[in-house]
Design a protein around this ligand. Structure first.
Ligand SMILES: [Zn+2]
Length: 209
Protein backbone atom coordinates (compact mmCIF):
# COMPACT_ATOMS: atom_id res chain seq x y z
CA UNK A 1 0.00 0.00 0.00
CA UNK A 2 1.25 3.49 -0.76
CA UNK A 3 1.80 5.98 2.07
CA UNK A 4 -1.72 7.14 2.96
CA UNK A 5 -0.71 10.63 4.01
CA UNK A 6 1.21 11.17 0.80
CA UNK A 7 -1.69 10.01 -1.33
CA UNK A 8 -4.02 12.45 0.42
CA UNK A 9 -1.50 15.24 0.10
CA UNK A 10 -1.11 14.53 -3.59
CA UNK A 11 -4.89 14.59 -4.02
CA UNK A 12 -4.90 18.08 -2.52
CA UNK A 13 -8.44 17.74 -1.16
CA UNK A 14 -10.09 20.77 0.31
CA UNK A 15 -12.55 18.63 2.21
CA UNK A 16 -15.12 21.40 2.04
CA UNK A 17 -18.80 20.70 2.45
CA UNK A 18 -20.88 21.24 -0.61
CA UNK A 19 -23.50 23.94 -0.06
CA UNK A 20 -26.10 23.38 -2.74
CA UNK A 21 -28.53 25.94 -1.34
CA UNK A 22 -25.75 28.56 -1.36
CA UNK A 23 -25.37 27.93 -5.08
CA UNK A 24 -29.13 28.18 -5.59
CA UNK A 25 -29.23 31.59 -3.88
CA UNK A 26 -26.32 32.80 -5.96
CA UNK A 27 -27.89 31.63 -9.23
CA UNK A 28 -31.12 33.42 -8.33
CA UNK A 29 -29.05 36.58 -7.82
CA UNK A 30 -27.32 36.14 -11.16
CA UNK A 31 -30.67 35.70 -12.91
CA UNK A 32 -31.89 38.92 -11.33
CA UNK A 33 -28.66 40.69 -12.16
CA UNK A 34 -28.89 39.88 -15.88
CA UNK A 35 -32.45 41.21 -15.93
CA UNK A 36 -34.24 37.87 -15.99
CA UNK A 37 -37.25 36.81 -14.01
CA UNK A 38 -36.23 33.83 -11.82
CA UNK A 39 -39.90 33.02 -11.26
CA UNK A 40 -40.84 32.51 -14.89
CA UNK A 41 -41.69 28.97 -15.96
CA UNK A 42 -38.45 28.04 -17.71
CA UNK A 43 -36.22 29.40 -14.94
CA UNK A 44 -38.17 28.38 -11.87
CA UNK A 45 -36.15 25.23 -11.29
CA UNK A 46 -32.90 26.50 -12.74
CA UNK A 47 -31.19 27.40 -9.45
CA UNK A 48 -31.81 23.87 -8.13
CA UNK A 49 -30.66 22.33 -11.40
CA UNK A 50 -27.47 24.40 -11.42
CA UNK A 51 -26.85 23.41 -7.80
CA UNK A 52 -27.07 19.74 -8.73
CA UNK A 53 -24.94 20.25 -11.83
CA UNK A 54 -22.15 21.91 -9.85
CA UNK A 55 -22.37 19.13 -7.31
CA UNK A 56 -21.52 16.72 -10.09
CA UNK A 57 -19.03 18.89 -12.00
CA UNK A 58 -17.10 19.73 -8.84
CA UNK A 59 -17.29 16.32 -7.16
CA UNK A 60 -13.51 16.04 -7.35
CA UNK A 61 -13.12 17.91 -4.06
CA UNK A 62 -15.00 15.18 -2.26
CA UNK A 63 -13.81 11.99 -3.96
CA UNK A 64 -11.72 9.87 -1.63
CA UNK A 65 -8.50 9.04 -3.47
CA UNK A 66 -7.88 5.92 -1.40
CA UNK A 67 -11.33 4.54 -2.25
CA UNK A 68 -10.35 5.16 -5.81
CA UNK A 69 -7.11 3.23 -5.85
CA UNK A 70 -7.70 0.68 -3.09
CA UNK A 71 -7.79 -2.91 -4.28
CA UNK A 72 -6.45 -1.81 -7.62
CA UNK A 73 -2.71 -1.83 -6.96
CA UNK A 74 -0.91 -4.98 -8.03
CA UNK A 75 2.63 -6.23 -7.61
CA UNK A 76 3.93 -7.07 -11.05
CA UNK A 77 7.36 -7.69 -12.54
CA UNK A 78 6.96 -5.43 -15.50
CA UNK A 79 9.15 -2.51 -16.36
CA UNK A 80 7.96 -1.36 -19.76
CA UNK A 81 5.79 1.64 -20.38
CA UNK A 82 2.10 1.46 -19.45
CA UNK A 83 0.09 3.94 -21.50
CA UNK A 84 -3.54 5.00 -21.45
CA UNK A 85 -4.26 7.51 -24.17
CA UNK A 86 -7.26 9.56 -25.26
CA UNK A 87 -8.93 9.78 -21.86
CA UNK A 88 -11.82 12.22 -22.33
CA UNK A 89 -12.33 14.73 -19.59
CA UNK A 90 -14.45 17.77 -18.76
CA UNK A 91 -13.32 20.48 -16.41
CA UNK A 92 -14.16 24.06 -15.45
CA UNK A 93 -11.58 26.80 -15.73
CA UNK A 94 -11.13 28.64 -12.48
CA UNK A 95 -10.91 32.02 -14.19
CA UNK A 96 -14.34 32.01 -15.84
CA UNK A 97 -16.01 28.85 -14.51
CA UNK A 98 -16.53 27.83 -18.12
CA UNK A 99 -15.76 24.34 -19.43
CA UNK A 100 -12.54 23.17 -20.90
CA UNK A 101 -12.79 19.84 -22.58
CA UNK A 102 -10.23 17.51 -24.02
CA UNK A 103 -8.23 14.37 -23.59
CA UNK A 104 -5.43 13.21 -21.40
CA UNK A 105 -2.64 10.76 -22.16
CA UNK A 106 -1.08 9.12 -19.14
CA UNK A 107 1.97 6.84 -19.08
CA UNK A 108 4.27 5.41 -16.44
CA UNK A 109 7.03 2.88 -16.06
CA UNK A 110 6.28 0.70 -13.01
CA UNK A 111 8.69 -0.08 -10.24
CA UNK A 112 7.12 -3.41 -9.24
CA UNK A 113 3.63 -1.95 -8.84
CA UNK A 114 0.86 -1.26 -11.35
CA UNK A 115 -2.61 0.21 -11.02
CA UNK A 116 -5.76 -1.20 -12.64
CA UNK A 117 -6.15 0.42 -16.05
CA UNK A 118 -9.71 1.58 -15.42
CA UNK A 119 -8.46 3.61 -12.45
CA UNK A 120 -6.38 5.98 -14.53
CA UNK A 121 -9.38 7.68 -16.19
CA UNK A 122 -10.94 7.95 -12.73
CA UNK A 123 -7.85 9.72 -11.42
CA UNK A 124 -8.10 12.17 -14.34
CA UNK A 125 -11.77 12.60 -13.38
CA UNK A 126 -10.96 13.27 -9.72
CA UNK A 127 -8.77 16.22 -10.62
CA UNK A 128 -10.77 17.56 -13.56
CA UNK A 129 -13.98 17.81 -11.53
CA UNK A 130 -12.72 20.89 -9.75
CA UNK A 131 -12.11 24.51 -10.64
CA UNK A 132 -8.87 24.14 -12.52
CA UNK A 133 -6.20 25.54 -14.75
CA UNK A 134 -4.96 23.04 -17.27
CA UNK A 135 -1.34 23.26 -16.12
CA UNK A 136 -2.25 22.32 -12.55
CA UNK A 137 -4.57 19.52 -13.67
CA UNK A 138 -1.70 18.01 -15.65
CA UNK A 139 0.69 18.32 -12.75
CA UNK A 140 -1.74 16.88 -10.20
CA UNK A 141 -2.44 13.73 -12.21
CA UNK A 142 1.30 13.13 -12.58
CA UNK A 143 2.09 13.84 -8.92
CA UNK A 144 -0.74 11.66 -7.72
CA UNK A 145 0.40 8.63 -9.74
CA UNK A 146 3.93 9.29 -8.68
CA UNK A 147 2.94 9.21 -5.01
CA UNK A 148 0.58 6.25 -5.30
CA UNK A 149 2.89 4.00 -7.33
CA UNK A 150 6.40 5.29 -6.80
CA UNK A 151 7.10 4.43 -10.45
CA UNK A 152 10.36 4.85 -12.36
CA UNK A 153 8.74 7.64 -14.31
CA UNK A 154 5.42 9.28 -15.20
CA UNK A 155 4.34 11.33 -18.20
CA UNK A 156 1.07 13.20 -18.60
CA UNK A 157 0.03 15.18 -21.67
CA UNK A 158 -3.27 17.02 -21.80
CA UNK A 159 -4.85 18.66 -24.83
CA UNK A 160 -7.92 20.78 -24.32
CA UNK A 161 -10.23 23.35 -25.85
CA UNK A 162 -11.20 26.24 -23.62
CA UNK A 163 -14.72 27.55 -23.97
CA UNK A 164 -13.74 30.82 -22.29
CA UNK A 165 -11.57 31.57 -25.35
CA UNK A 166 -13.88 30.06 -27.95
CA UNK A 167 -17.17 31.53 -26.76
CA UNK A 168 -15.90 34.95 -25.89
CA UNK A 169 -14.37 35.28 -29.35
CA UNK A 170 -10.98 36.41 -28.10
CA UNK A 171 -8.52 34.70 -30.40
CA UNK A 172 -10.05 31.43 -31.46
CA UNK A 173 -6.73 29.79 -32.31
CA UNK A 174 -5.67 30.29 -28.71
CA UNK A 175 -8.53 28.11 -27.54
CA UNK A 176 -6.54 24.90 -27.92
CA UNK A 177 -3.84 24.20 -25.40
CA UNK A 178 -1.39 21.36 -24.76
CA UNK A 179 0.36 20.89 -21.42
CA UNK A 180 2.68 18.18 -20.16
CA UNK A 181 4.35 17.02 -16.98
CA UNK A 182 7.28 14.59 -17.13
CA UNK A 183 8.62 13.05 -13.93
CA UNK A 184 11.46 10.63 -13.22
CA UNK A 185 12.75 8.82 -16.29
CA UNK A 186 10.30 10.68 -18.51
CA UNK A 187 12.14 13.83 -17.54
CA UNK A 188 15.71 12.51 -17.49
CA UNK A 189 15.63 10.06 -20.40
CA UNK A 190 14.91 11.66 -23.79
CA UNK A 191 14.31 8.23 -25.39
CA UNK A 192 11.55 7.39 -22.89
CA UNK A 193 9.93 10.77 -23.35
CA UNK A 194 10.12 10.38 -27.14
CA UNK A 195 8.59 6.90 -27.03
CA UNK A 196 5.66 8.35 -25.04
CA UNK A 197 5.19 11.33 -27.35
CA UNK A 198 5.45 9.12 -30.46
CA UNK A 199 2.83 6.69 -29.22
CA UNK A 200 0.32 9.41 -28.42
CA UNK A 201 0.78 11.17 -31.75
CA UNK A 202 0.35 7.94 -33.74
CA UNK A 203 -3.08 8.04 -35.36
CA UNK A 204 -4.07 11.08 -33.32
CA UNK A 205 -7.09 13.02 -34.53
CA UNK A 206 -7.40 16.75 -33.95
CA UNK A 207 -9.54 17.90 -31.05
CA UNK A 208 -12.91 19.06 -32.28
CA UNK A 209 -16.22 19.98 -30.74
ZN1 LIG B 1 -11.06 30.64 -18.58
Amino acid sequence: MPDKTKVYEAADLLGSDFDSSGIEDAVRQILNAVGEDPEREGLKNTPARVGRAYGELLAGYRTDPLDLINNALFDVEYDDMVLVRDIEFFSLCEHHMLPFIGRAHVAYIPRGKVIGLSKIPRIVDLFSRRLQVQERLTRQVADFLSNALNPIGVGVVIEALHMCSMMRGVKKHDARMTTSTMLGSFRTNPATRQEFLDSISRGATPLRF
